[in-house]
Ligand binder design. Structure first.
Ligand code: F6R
Length: 614
């Protein structure tokens, strides 16, 4: 959370920073700010609100300077207001700093600094860092690069920072620990810095992903130098960026979320392309093949993730147990990391994360690693921290997901987990050739089936109009579709602010049924398959209490038609793949309801896409 961007070059920095901040706004939008260096003066512009508010605040862009830093904030320390907005200045005003992360010992550092005569403007942990660096520099009479390095040895917590010095227009200093930071290397001593590569991609494809506890000196003439905070010199590893600018645009849609929902036929195809072979009846994933023995001998799989990724993990549990016959536990990463979990060396931990930066998931990985488990990552963002921390993995290839509510990332994660379960099932001889072949055929038809499910949009919009003012909603599913019920409920609450709960349909009678009255919309996934008859009985129970039933059914369904208030048809597919198709109308439903309620679909309140704090 929080997005940071910086520029050191020959052009005006302001447009580069603003464009970069707009790309990073998914990381937080409580406040925004820039600092530019021109003629030995730092001009600081910051305010509460979004990047567009910052632009209005700045007015006609009269902000010159070819060096600058910018920040979009998701508030942790101190409420979202103008003063707490970044950048922050040091005590004498010589340095300006932007920061993503949390300085855990900031209170101790702040008290010590106050005792030594420092005065602070804001309530942030970041301002403490600016003062500390300035003090270290003046006490040790050293370079800013060295002062940042020394200061960071005193810091406990997470940081991605960029520091700008009023007296040195030829340098920027960047550093990171636990929060992501990418350096873009342009022509003629031009540098770009971003929390991810999106602010950089249109200027250069040459990037360096910084590692934890590294400090980088970006110098117009001397080039790029990287050392660790322990002062060990590192050779920058320059990689070519695999990211296309078009993927970051709305492409004619009003919202990123809608674009991303509609991209799913393509993103699912990209996800399985080259990994399944209809002719050979095989699934091949190199991330599994390199550690084949581990998978063949695995006694247990533990899946960790947060939010939507955790829901994908729940589908993974059904898949691995059903297809590969390996016991699975699915854990919230945030709980797992603080328990004392029993982890054995023949366990495999699968970490699922769209962003690849989620702090809790990263910490869960580190814990499992320390106990000797094999760690497998399922990430979307290429080069992300989690993808680099894991022993092996599989990218979802969904392309950049910018809408804060996860949509195409979920279906891609479930697709990857299906492929993984099948690849492992083959290796363990746990699946018949016939079932394997049938599932491969079904996977290859998923893009068409998802496309057909998208055609329910008009009907979903109509239903959304009827229930847009509901205060509560229930989502029910069973077996493979129970996690879909959870995901449907999460989508509705996070973007439309309607209270919604997902339940296994049969659990309803153990409590939630008390909530049902004629006001309560109940969304039920009642597709043909193993649990169909049981779910129909659950629908009867809702109907008996006058609840409003909106059922997601298999095309051609007759029986539920007579019971439900509304039905939404989706194409028939295998039980194991129903989550991917049945979630589509639920994504559309939350999109329409949120829009009708006047909510910001892409940037729901209080949220950020990449949760890099605990
Ligand atoms: C919900 C949503 C969040 C994320 C969660 C994990 O729509 O987007 O619940 O799924 O914050 O994020 P990643 O997958 O990046 O680890």
């Amino acid at each position: 959370m929080c997005g940071i961007v910086a520029y050191l070059g020959r052009e005006d920095a302001y447009p580069v920073l603003i464009k970069g901040l707009k790309r990073l706004e998914y990381r937080g939008y409580d406040s925004a700010g820039v600092a530019l260096l021109n003629d030995g003066e730092i001009s600081l512009h910051k305010c509460k609100g979004k990047v567009s508010d910052l632009e209005s605040h700045v007015g006609v862009p009269n902000v010159a300077g070819s060096v600058g830093i910018g920040h979009t904030r998701w508030a942790t320390h101190g409420p979202p207001n103008d003063v707490n907005a970044h950048p922050h200045l040091s005590g004498k005003g010589d340095l300006a700093i932007i920061h993503n992360g949390i300085i855990e010992n900031y209170n101790t550092l702040k008290e010590e600094l106050i005792n030594r005569g420092h005065h602070f403007e804001s309530e942030t942990d970041t301002e403490v860092l600016a003062h500390l660096i300035e003090e270290v520099r003046s006490n040790t009479d050293t370079s800013l690069f060295e002062a940042v390095r020394i200061s960071l040895n005193e810091v406990v917590g997470a940081y991605a920072i960029v520091v700008m010095d009023k007296n040195n227009p030829d340098q920027l200093i960047a550093a990171k620990k636990s929060s992501p930071l990418v350096i873009g290397i342009g022509e003629d001593g031009t540098y770009y810095v971003g929390s991810d590569a999106t602010p950089i991609v249109e200027y250069t494809k040459n990037v360096v992903y910084m590692e934890d506890e590294e400090v980088a000196l970006l110098d117009r003439t001397k080039g790029l130098k990287i050392v660790t905070i322990q002062n060990r010199e590192k050779t920058p590893y320059i990689q070519e960026l695999e990211l296309h600018l078009e993927a970051l645009e709305k492409g004619g849609y009003d919202y990123f979320m809608l674009k991303e929902i509609y991209e799913q036929p393509r993103s699912i195809r990209d996800c399985f392309r080259g990994r399944i072979s209809l002719q050979k009846g095989m699934v091949r994933l190199s991330g599994i093949e390199v550690h084949e023995e581990k998978w063949i001998n695995a006694k247990r799989i533990i899946i960790v993730g947060c939010g939507t990724s955790w829901h994908a993990g729940l589908v993974g549990e059904y898949l691995f147990e059903d297809l590969a016959r390996i016991p699975v536990e699915v854990e919230y990463a945030s709980e797992f990391r603080y328990r004392n979990p029993v982890i054995n060396s023949d366990d495999i931990v699968i970490a699922i994360s769209q962003s690849g930066e989620t702090a809790d998931t990263l910490a869960a990985i580190q814990l499992a690693k320390s106990k000797g488990a094999h760690i497998f990552g399922v990430c979307n963002v290429v080069g992300s921290t989690i993808s680099r921390e894991t022993d092996s993995g599989c990218y979802t290839h969904a392309g950049p997901e910018i809408g804060v509510a996860s949509t195409k990332a979920f279906t891609a994660q479930v697709t990857v987990l299906t492929l993984m379960a099948l690849a492992v099932a083959q290796k363990r001889n746990a699946i018949s050739a016939e079932r394997l072949h049938r599932l491969i055929v079904e996977i290859s038809s998923l893009p068409d089936k998802v496309q057909t499910a998208l055609e329910s949009n008009k009907m979903v919009e109509h239903i959304s109009g009827i229930y847009k003012d509901a205060r509560n909603a229930l989502y029910l599913g069973r077996g493979y579709t129970f996690p879909v019920a959870l995901e449907g409920a999460l989508k509705l609450k996070e973007i439309s602010y309607i209270h919604a709960e997902g339940y296994p349909a049969a659990e309803m009678k153990h409590g939630p049924i008390a909530l049902i009255d004629e006001e309560m919309p109940v969304f039920v996934i009642a597709t043909h398959g193993q649990s169909y008859e049981k779910v129909v009985s659950n629908i009867q129970e809702v109907k008996a209490r006058k609840g409003k039933i909106i059922a997601i059914v298999t095309a051609g369904e007759q029986h539920v038609l007579t019971l439900a208030d509304h039905i939404i048809e989706i194409p028939k597919t295998d039980d194991a793949l129903v989550p991917i198709v049945s979630v589509i109308p639920l994504q559309l439903l939350s999109y329409h309801i949120a829009l009708m309620r006047g909510c910001n679909v892409d940037q729901p309140r209080n949220l950020a896409k990449s949760v890099t704090v605990e």
